[in-house]
Ligand binder design. Structure first.
Ligand code: SAJ
Length: 460
């Protein structure tokens, strides 16, 4: 089968490689000319996913995967472009509009205002999906389509988007839902283990017609070893969103418990570990906030469709976003008490052992600390611009703040660190350091959610 994959990012590129490795003829499309140029030279632009580099090099070398900046005719089009958030200012009637209205307004190109990822949901302003890239992608492939072609939308979208936004664009080009195959086929792979999960995970596919669902199931069946579950497009969209929303709410519970534990003089890590020994309890880990391009974003795609019906999801978002301020306060209080001016944040990536820094809490924390007059540097072995040798970055530091639990930091030798720093203070927001070991080397260790030590004045 000839497949055109639109968008060669963290999802589209591995998908293109796997499809090419499975014997399909694949053309990968990206509007970013430098990515296309690099790939044409065999230079793989995503370097932190095990197994991707080898496969990519081989399918590019044998011609199973070619890359271009413009679509070509194909049997199937897989769309993997970003669907970020932006805020729509709602006024008058629109302020009480339900999600359908908001979605349609965005789809119709209504004027919007830019918003950062940390926008709070309130009555006047809901962060909503920005479907610009998806719309452009669909418009770009429409002229290359033939009857019976499959369009599989992988991008995460609010429920109803495939039917209410994608289909109308194709209809403008003369297609109906019956003479093409249009489906939503959400990805659900975890960054850091994409190549394994893309093959092993179960998959949900939902078409606008039974024929579209079957066509999508057949396409993904050629690379997926997990089970493929068939449904309608809107359910498939919803399933994807509730997976990430479940995780966001669970992490918010852990974060709220961390703050309660600080207040009550309890250690949250020990408490959660014990509670999780119950056969039906699985509380996730507290931390400095929820980063990445999925979990902090996806709940908003449900919230925007049903703002009045989602107080729990909105509260979870606010709790997780509030962790940045909490960490800033903890560090600031400690810094004032102990006169610690020079801080080094360990970790710029949004989570352990990846290079992805999108929506990482590190930057919001760094900005918060700098606005309070502290000096801040960031180190990260995975993020090129922060990857100077750790020893030189922490040289003369007064305090270390662990924001990302990279294995390198978990395994740091406090004895070696002590040789570089000026003062021995460390704040661990990931609960990933062996506190006793660090204390043995003379460090004062502050751990998120640890209220047992007499640090309430510092932590609250
Ligand atoms: N985090 C915590 N505590 C935890 C787990 C995570 O604070 O216990 C933080 C992480 O540090 C990170 C953020 O949450 O900042 C998100 O990380 P993650 O590992 O939970 O998830 P992602 O964003 O890397 O990938 C998620 C996955 N979704 C689920 O596990 C339900 C993945 O399967 C999805 O495919 C992906 O979103 C996506 O593309 O939607």
């Amino acid at each position: 089968m000839k497949i055109c994959v639109i968008g060669l990012g963290y999802i589209g590129f591995p998908t293109a490689c796997l499809m090419a490795g499975a014997g399909h003829e694949v053309v990968g499309i990206d509007v970013n000319e430098s990515v296309v140029k690099r790939l044409r030279n065999g230079d793989i632009h995503i370097t932190d996913e095990d197994g991707l580099g080898e496969l990519a090099k081989s399918v590019l070398a044998n011609g199973a995967l070619t890359v271009s900046t413009a679509p070509v005719e194909a049997d199937a089009f897989i769309i993997c472009v970003p669907t970020p958030l932006r805020a729509v200012k709602l006024t008058g009637d629109a302020a009480v509009a339900n999600g359908t209205t908001a979605l349609n307004e965005v789809a119709a190109g209504r004027e919007v205002t830019e918003a950062g990822s940390s926008t709070f949901v309130d009555e006047a302003s809901h962060p909503t999906v920005d479907l610009t890239y998806l719309e452009l992608a669909v418009r770009s492939v429409a002229p290359f389509m033939r009857e019976g072609n499959l369009v599989a939308v992988e991008s995460t979208v609010p429920p109803g988007t495939t039917e209410q936004v994608v289909l109308p664009i194709l209809e403008e080009h003369g297609w109906t839902r019956d003479d093409i195959r249009l489906a939503h086929a959400p990805e659900r792979v975890i960054p850091g283990a994409i190549m394994r999960e893309m093959v092993e995970n179960d998959r949900v596919v939902g078409g606008l017609t039974p024929e579209a669902t079957a066509a999508a199931g057949e396409l993904y069946g050629s690379v997926v070893e997990g089970d493929i579950f068939a449904t309608d497009a809107t359910t498939a969209e919803f399933v994807k969103l509730i997976e990430n929303t479940y995780r966001d709410v669970n992490i918010a519970l852990a974060n709220e418990l961390a703050r309660v534990a600080e207040h009550l003089g309890i250690d949250v890590q020990e408490s959660i570990a014990m509670a999780n020994r119950h056969p039906r309890v699985n509380i996730l880990h507290p931390g400095p906030g929820v980063g990445g391009h999925c979990i902090p974003v996806d709940p908003h795609f449900i919230i925007e469709r049903a703002p009045q019906l989602t107080p729990l999801m909105q509260a979870a978002r606010a709790v997780n976003e509030g962790m940045v301020d909490h960490v800033v306060n903890v560090v600031n209080n400690l810094a004032r008490e102990e006169r610690l001016r020079r801080w080094v944040i360990l970790g710029g990536a949004y989570k352990a052992n990846v290079a992805d820094e999108r929506n990482s809490p590190s930057f919001a924390i760094a900005r918060g600390l700098m606005s309070l007059g502290l000096s801040v540097s960031i180190h990260d072995p995975y993020v090129e611009r922060f990857s100077e040798p750790l020893g030189s970055v922490i040289e003369g530091a007064d305090g270390l703040l662990v924001v990302t639990d990279h294995t390198l930091y978990r395994e740091l030798d406090p004895g070696l660190v002590a040789q570089h720093v000026e003062r021995r203070f460390v704040v661990d927001t990931r609960l990933c350091l062996d506190a006793e070991k660090w204390e043995d080397h003379g460090f004062v260790v502050r751990r998120l959610g640890d209220g047992r030590k007499k640090t309430a004045n510092v932590l609250l």
